[in-house]
Structure formats: C-alpha cells, structure tokens
Design a binder for this molecule. Structure first.
Ligand code: HEM
Ligand code: HEM
Length: 186
C-alpha cells in the first residue's frame, strides 16, 4: 500500500505525482497567460496556488528521499533509463525552484504575497505614490524574476518530453509504465 514495488506504486507516490502534476500544469499555463496578457486579476490566485503547491512539493521530495525512485516496470534500454532519470530530476527540481523563485520575486519586489487572502508578506507601498510599490531588494527580486521565467519555460519543455515518454511507453512499447502510475498492478 505505502512503499513502491516494481509491479505496483504506493499511494503516496501516485497521489503526490498527480496532485503536483495537475497543479504544475495549471500554474505553468496561468503563469504564461497572465504574464503575456497582463491579467492582473489572476496574480493573487497564481501566488496562492503557488504557495499551496510548495507544501505538496516538500512532502513529495521527502517521500522520494525516503523511498528512492520507482524501479522501471521492465529493463529499459540505457538511453531510456538515462533520459527518463535526468528528466525526473529536472521535473522535481523545477517543482522546487518555481515556488521559491516566485515567492522571492513577489516578496522582495515589494508586491507582497498572500495565501487566499491571508497575508504572508506585506505589500511595500511607495510613500510618495501608494499605488506603486518599492522593492525590498531590487537586484535579488530581478534575479528571482529571471529564474522564474527561464525555469518556467525550461519546465514546459521537460513536461512535454515527459508526457511524450509516458505515451511512448503506453502506445509504442505497450508496457505498464503509465498504467502503474494510474494505480494498476502490472
Ligand atoms: C508553483 C509553481 C509555479 C509555477 C509553475 C509558476 C509558473 C509561472 C510562469 C510560467 C510564469 C510566466 C513567467 C514569464 O513568462 O516570465 C509565471 C509568472 C509569475 N509568477 Fe509564477 N509560478 C509558480 C509559483 C509562483 C509563486 C509561489 C509566486 C508568488 C508568490 C508566483 C508569482 C508569479 C508572478 C507575480 C508572475 C508574473 C511575473 C510578471 O508579470 O512578469 N509564481 N509563473
Ligand atoms: C499528463 C501529464 C503527465 C503524465 C501522463 C505523467 C506520467 C508519468 C508516469 C507514467 C510516470 C512513471 C514513470 C516511471 O515509472 O518510470 C511519471 C513519473 C514522474 N512524473 Fe509524471 N506525468 C505527467 C505530468 C507530470 C508533471 C507535470 C510533473 C512535474 C512537473 C511530473 C513529474 C514526474 C516525476 C518527478 C516522476 C518520477 C516519479 C515520481 O517522483 O513520482 N509528471 N509520470
């Protein structure tokens, strides 16, 4: 039930994978949309879900640390093993970098961060023009902003490759990799 075996994945692996996966897909899509269209009404939602996702990410990283990675359902070819291993690492690192850089960019940029209305870091209004904000640390906020953008687009590429890999296993190789992540015994 809890630990992963080569024929069946444990509930924590499956639940954490799909909760984080669905939230990350939603966050990548809303992040790119709001950044390109200046949809400011979405910003508080994006920040709140971003902070929330970090809690699941911490649980997931701890679970992977404790349990190692799931063993493959069959003997993958060396290139499959290496490529999927690298992508899994990049995906999990990406899920850590995105909330951390987003939080730093907003907090240090003076914009503040709230979790569904609960203030975590206060906005820092400009005393001369309170509509605007003053950064708490402009250079670090700028670096965090760049990291958030670059890592975001890098993550989109990794996710696309990851989904293509899952479909390759299911459709071309006809092995149980995807069915196992959906809860089946293979
Ligand atoms: C948890 C996962 C997260 C993902 C996958 C994510 C993804 C993204 C992406 C892809 C963009 C567009 C980046 C660009 O084109 O420069 C973006 C923008 C943004 N994100 Fe996130 N984000 C996450 C968490 C957060 C958090 C926790 C915060 C703040 C507390 C945050 C604040 C923002 C803001 C303010 C923007 C707009 C930046 C701008 O207008 O230039 N994000 N996000
Ligand atoms: C529709 C989207 C997705 C599908 C169909 C999918 C499918 C899968 C499958 C079948 C595995 C098992 C691989 C194996 O047994 O070797 C897996 C593992 C994994 N996936 Fe996804 N995935 C999706 C989205 C995502 C997203 C968005 C992320 C992160 C941003 C992600 C991160 C991971 C990681 C880190 C693993 C390694 C095992 C684990 O930590 O649970 N996946 N995925």
């Amino acid at each position: 039930m809890l630990p992963d075996t080569s024929s069946k994945l444990g509930t924590p692996t499956i639940a954490l994978h799909w909760i984080v996966a669905m939230m990350m897909l939603m966050m990548l899509a809303t992040g790119i949309y709001m950044e390109q269209t200046a949809a400011y009404a979405l910003y508080p939602w994006h920040k709140s879900f971003g902070v929330l996702i970090a809690l699941f990410v911490v649980l997931r990283v701890l679970w992977r640390w404790q349990n190692g990675w799931p063993t493959p359902v069959r003997n993958y070819l060396p290139w499959e093993r290496i490529l999927s291993g690298i992508i899994h690492y990049l995906l999990i690192i990406g899920t850590v970098i995105m909330p951390v850089s987003g939080f730093m960019m907003s907090a240090l940029g003076g914009h503040g961060v709230a979790l569904f209305g609960l203030e975590l870091v206060a906005r820092n209004p400009d005393p001369v023009n309170p509509q605007e904000v003053l950064p708490l640390h402009a250079p670090l906020a700028g670096i965090a902003h760049t990291v958030h953008g670059l890592a975001g687009y890098g993550l989109v590429a990794c996710v696309l490759l990851h989904i293509a890999g899952a479909l390759k296993h299911h459709i071309l190789d006809k092995d149980g990799t995807l069915r196992r992540m959906l809860g089946a015994s293979v």
